[in-house]
Design a protein around this ligand. Structure first.
Ligand code: 5GP
Length: 199
């Protein structure tokens, strides 16, 4: 077991359509002492996404090699693609004296919860499944099949609600951002070491 007592690790999850990306972006803009952990993924970059900033875009063979070599703190398959957090990347952030924020799904969050101590787990939840359905429909970019898939996945993600330390309900975006900020401010004041098993 090793320990990093200076900085906090924030693990943030939330179903697709809940506004998580916007909330995290605003938190990062307002908190220069928090750095987003850039995940590796095998999915294709979307328009505007930059390798090394949004994700490390790698192929399946490379992801599987890293898996074999136990380079991931956690990993998951989401919609048929691999996603994973590099252990070394999180350590680099913490060792540079910065807090780390990990945007991972509930599968990843539960893995981190199992093998570490001291991280703070936050779930961003919609006020209701109906409101999430409305938001996904408003996006207009979803085919019926993809909509159904995202809703089923959202239900699964939200079923882990009780496993998180805090739940931020995104009814009003500004209130949700303020809620997450308050959670982070309170956590910064606690001196909780981040303890992890070296892979
Ligand atoms: P997207 O493809 O829309 O960027 O992300 C899809 C889902 O994958 C999101 O729920 C996001 O939180 C999750 N995700 C992104 N990076 C990681 C990761 O490194 N590990 C895990 N477990 N999930 C991730």
């Amino acid at each position: 077991m090793s320990e990093n007592s200076q900085r906090r690790v924030f693990v943030v999850s939330g179903p697709s359509g809940v506004g998580k990306t916007t909330i995290i972006k605003r938190i990062l803009e307002g908190n220069p002492d928090i750095e987003l952990s850039v995940s590796s993924t095998t999915r294709q970059p979307r328009d505007g996404e930059v390798d090394g900033i949004d994700y490390f875009f790698i192929d399946r063979a490379e992801f599987e090699r890293k898996l074999q070599e136990k380079e991931y703190l956690e990993w998951a398959t989401v919609y048929g693609n691999y996603y994973g957090t590099m252990f070394s990347h999180v350590m680099k952030i913490l060792q540079s004296g910065t807090n780390a924020l990990l945007d991972v799904d509930s599968q990843g969050a539960m893995q981190i919860k199992k093998i570490t101590r001291g991280a703070l787990f936050v779930l961003i939840a919609p006020p209701s499944l109906e409101s999430l359905a409305g938001r996904l429909r408003n996006r207009g970019s979803e085919s019926e099949e993809s909509f159904a898939m995202r809703m089923a996945r959202a239900q699964h993600e939200l079923s882990f609600r009780d496993e998180y330390d805090r739940v931020v309900v995104n009814d009003d975006m500004e209130v949700a951002i303020a809620d997450l900020q308050a959670i982070i401010d309170a956590a910064r004041k606690e001196s909780v070491p981040f303890i992890y098993e070296t892979p």
